[in-house]
Ligand binder design. Structure first.
Ligand code: PYC
Length: 342
């Protein structure tokens, strides 16, 4: 039996080509139709096709495209769809190995770089539809990609999570296209007392996971956006670079951590800095990642509501591979092996 070069999903048109990139260290896999063009359905059509009982479920064969053995666990997939509105460039659906994401900042930067690389004409300001709202992408002359994100806001301040290992973690519940619980260890809130540098990735992963378990035990959730599910934990530290304002470590819903400074996490942090009067509109905030890479961030007031802000995030992405997906019915790992590894 010959492996199929493209996958005709039982529940939708075929996906065939992919382009891999990384944004400041965090990988993105852009998925295209077999002819290399956009997926022929619009984002609302794709969402409707894959929603069961009000829940969007990415088909297992597509979750597997960003899981072992096809990809490292940090991979985020970006399915590029036909636009649903006049004036929009395209729609995009993001997911990682476990579930759909609301928005994904690093993957938006990776998507824009990929589209430009494969020859899509990028308008000076390209509107991209995501399932939580439109974002506007700009290709900058210095090679960076910037995007204006969905309105971001703080839902609750100074919430205390009781930790199983003892003690509490105090933080803000904030929306930046995904829901975050943000715990500050940069010392800015208490004159430096709580300030510390990031420890090893393994130590911060264990700490962030204990906070997520505490959130689940306490049944905490965010506001109405994307069902209120708080599935990201963002730890903020003193930076290791002299040119950065802070460093973060972001736990993602599939149990791995973001290698980039996290576009939606940086957006949620900007909302928190804004509401606390720590950063003025238009002022530049340089966010360092767990691996030392940088996003440059700033915000404008949203005007729409209370303390909402519109973040702009800029970073670099580089394409690293492109190819044709193959699905072999004899392959026992064609739906991924990540569940066994968890
Ligand atoms: O950059 O927004 C982001 C992101 C979310 C999960 C991984 N990266």
């Amino acid at each position: 039996m010959k492996p199929s070069p493209s996958h005709g999903l039982s529940r939708g048109p075929a996906i065939g080509r992919f382009v891999d990139s990384h944004t400041e260290g965090e990988p993105t896999r852009v998925l295209l139709a077999p002819d290399g063009g956009f997926f022929p359905e619009t984002l609302p059509e794709v969402i409707a096709r894959w929603t069961r009982g009000g829940v969007l479920e990415i088909p297992a064969e597509l979750l597997a495209l960003c899981a072992n053995p096809r990809a490292a666990d940090a991979m985020v997939c970006a399915l590029v769809c036909r636009p649903s509105k006049p004036g929009a460039l395209c729609g995009v659906l993001y997911w990682n190995a476990s579930a759909p994401l609301g928005m994904c900042g690093h993957a938006t930067v990776g998507l824009a770089r990929t589209l430009a690389d494969v020859g899509v004409t990028m308008p000076p300001r390209a509107t991209i539809e995501t399932r939580v709202g439109d974002v506007v992408v700009e290709m900058r002359a210095d090679g960076r990609v910037a995007f204006a994100n969905v309105p971001s806001r703080v839902h609750a301040r100074d919430v205390e999570i009781v930790l199983e290992q003892g003690g509490v973690a105090r933080g803000d519940i904030a929306w930046g296209g995904n829901w975050f619980f943000i715990v500050r260890h940069d010392g800015a809130l208490d004159g430096g007392k709580s300030g510390r540098a990031m420890r090893s990735h393994a130590e911060e992963l264990a700490y962030a996971n204990s906070i997520l378990r505490g959130i689940e035990r306490m049944g905490l959730c965010g506001g109405s956006e994307n069902g209120g599910l708080i599935d990201h934990v963002e730890l903020v530290f003193t930076p290791s670079r002299a040119d950065a304002n802070a460093r973060n470590f972001v736990l993602c819903p599939n149990g791995t951590f973001d290698r980039s400074p996290c576009g939606t996490g940086s957006s949620a942090l900007l909302a928190s800095l804004a509401v606390r009067g720590e950063l003025a509109p238009g002022a530049v905030w340089r966010q360092e990642s767990a691996i030392g890479s940088i996003f440059e961030a700033s915000y404008a007031r949203a005007g729409s509501g209370a303390d909402a802000v519109i973040p702009t995030i800029a970073g670099r992405a580089f394409a690293v591979a492109e190819g044709t997906l193959r699905f072999d019915a004899r392959d026992p790992s064609r739906l991924g092996t990540w569940k066994e590894q968890a």
